[in-house]
Write a protein of this length. Structure first.
Length: 372
């Protein structure tokens, strides 16, 4: 099947390799990358990305669910795969069959795993202040009990920094508190004779803003793919990250829209002049936010074309005025470069009032992923 017929994602694997080396240059000796390839590798394609990372020597990955881990195993991904979220007891067998490491989301969940009767490899989540998953950091006795459960082989503990992207004094102070809470748990476990477990704390911004932290793993996420969550985000690390993903769609049709005519659902766009419009073969079912209607932009033949009218499930309309050479079959760029102009995922996220993580992770399955 021709992969670039309708709408597709192009993945620059050389850019991915470059970003891996940039991160490795930041991390202390002995700290390995554990890339987050959850949510289909932030929309990039988990199997394709993980295979490329594995070829670079990466042997540990983290996913959001057992189902995501199973897909990676079925695609031939070896090494460690950590499930970051809850797995239902009906799926416990899958953890064993596919050699997945399960997160202990709290003490009660540890007992549920223990009482199942089978043996599981786990990492213990520590809640250091995000108040999401993990046993509360002060509950050291409870954490020790988890290590002592005979059916659980605890090979690691971890937490998550919830405001490591923040730059004001309050946010930085809170991050330092979380770091201290995590280190306290590690020290208490060591004091009680519990050793040999791996530790990880940092996500993308934890690496970029607190690269001096020395743990066993670093869970690089959105930034590994060459972008930040927001266009205005600033980080401490001096790295040059390169976007891995470009999003493109075909021009299906080109026609004239005359002054006074309306176009699209709800007649949401009314022409104030005669102009040329194009229909692109991509829509909100592919992950394009519908609230980019009448406000987003695309590129074609090195020029900017505004989105007009309401974005449909499978198509959208754009204004090709002044772009006489655009014709059906041309490729429009929604994320990426066309000539000297670039639209980044951060740009699209800004127009939509969200973050690039959401934009990319919502990219639909029917978009073909093509390595270039």
């Amino acid at each position: 099947m021709y992969q670039k017929g309708r709408a597709w994602i192009e993945l620059n694997i050389e850019h991915l390799k470059h970003n891996v080396e940039e991160f490795r240059s930041l991390l202390p000796s002995g700290c390995a990358l554990m890339p987050a390839v959850k949510a289909n590798a932030y929309g990039h394609g988990a199997a394709l990305i993980s295979k490329a990372l594995q070829e670079q020597g990466i042997q540990s990955f983290c996913v959001a669910s057992a189902a995501e881990g199973i897909k990676l195993r079925q695609e031939g991904i070896t090494g460690e795969i950590l499930v970051l979220s809850y797995t239902h007891p009906e799926q416990f067998e899958d953890l064993i069959t596919y050699h997945l490491i399960q997160t202990v989301v709290d003490g009660n969940y540890a007992r549920e795993l223990q009482n199942d009767g089978r043996k599981f490899t786990v990492h213990v989540g520590i809640d250091t202040g995000m108040h999401r998953l993990g046993e509360w950091w002060e509950n050291v006795e409870e954490i020790v009990k988890i290590f002592q459960m005979p059916n659980l082989t605890v090979t690691g503990i971890y937490s998550h920094l919830c405001v490591s992207d923040g730059k004001d004094a309050r946010e930085q102070a809170y991050t330092l508190e979380q770091i201290h809470h995590f280190e306290y748990v590690v020290e208490e476990l060591h004091r009680r004779g519990i050793h040999g477990f791996k530790q990880h704390l940092q996500g993308s911004y934890g690496i970029l803003n607190y690269s001096e932290l020395c743990f066993d793993y670093a869970r690089a996420g959105i930034a590994l793919y060459g972008i930040l969550s927001g266009k205005q985000d600033k980080v401490n690390a001096s790295v040059k990250l390169k976007p891995v993903l470009s999003l493109k769609a075909r021009v299906e049709s080109v026609k004239m829209l005359y002054q006074g005519e309306s176009a699209g659902y709800g007649l949401a766009y009314c022409a104030n002049r005669n102009h040329k419009i194009g229909i692109l073969s991509i829509g909100y079912a592919d992950g394009i936010p519908r609230n980019l209607s009448n406000r987003g932009q695309v590129l074609c033949n090195g020029k900017i074309a505004p989105i007009i009218g309401r974005i449909c499930m499978d198509q959208m309309l754009v204004d090709f005025s002044g772009m006489e050479q655009v014709k059906p079959g041309d490729a429009a760029v929604l994320i990426g470069k066309s000539g000297e102009i670039e639209i980044r995922a951060e740009d699209m996220a800004g127009w939509a009032g969200t973050i690039s993580n959401e934009i990319l992770s919502r990219m639909g399955e029917r978009l073909e992923r093509v390595a270039v």
